[in-house]
Design a protein around this ligand. Structure first.
Ligand SMILES: *[C@@H]1O[C@H](CO)[C@@H](O)[C@H](O)[C@H]1NC(C)=O
Length: 138
């Protein structure tokens, strides 16, 4: 029985997830460069780390004081993925939303032509709007 308990203890130690005890080599990464300049109506920053992470961004308010006031941002960042692939994104973010670009990002399929029977069905619905039904009180 004692040896069975000892065996169980050995199995438990061997099966334990000790990945949190293994030091990630990226834990020693250093910041090589870091710059930031922030004004009330515009800013920019950039940084670079020793493990290959780089980012830069700048932004500015536009249409200040109008209903269309917005912040227009542009930037880029890059890093090396665990599989060794270099991931790079450039982006614009403004009143039209966040618009990233990068070779690794999925590309939507080209727009398809709407099948003829769908076009006919939509035309039928457009030219035959549903009749309004009277509201029945119970
Ligand atoms: C942004 O960076 C440039 C240098 O690239 C600098 O001339 C400019 O004054 C910076 N600051 C702001 C707030 O845009």
């Amino acid at each position: 029985m004692k040896s069975f308990v000892a065996l169980l203890a050995v199995v438990a130690v061997v099966a334990a997830d000790v990945s949190h005890l293994v030091r990630n080599p990226e834990a020693d990464a250093q910041i090589l460069k870091q710059v930031a300049d922030v004004l009330p109506d515009q800013y920019n920053y950039s940084y670079e780390t020793s493990n290959g992470i780089a980012a830069q961004e700048s932004g500015a308010l536009k249409n200040v004081g109008s209903d269309a006031e917005a912040i227009a941002v542009q930037g880029a960042n890059s890093y090396t993925a665990p599989n060794g692939e270099r991931i790079a994104v450039t982006y614009v973010a403004d009143e039209n939303g966040y618009q990233p670009q990068g070779a690794h990002l999925p590309v939507p399929p080209a727009p398809q032509e709407i099948p003829e029977y769908i076009v006919r069905a939509l035309e039928y619905i457009r030219t035959h709007p549903p009749k309004e039904e009277p509201i029945r009180r119970v």
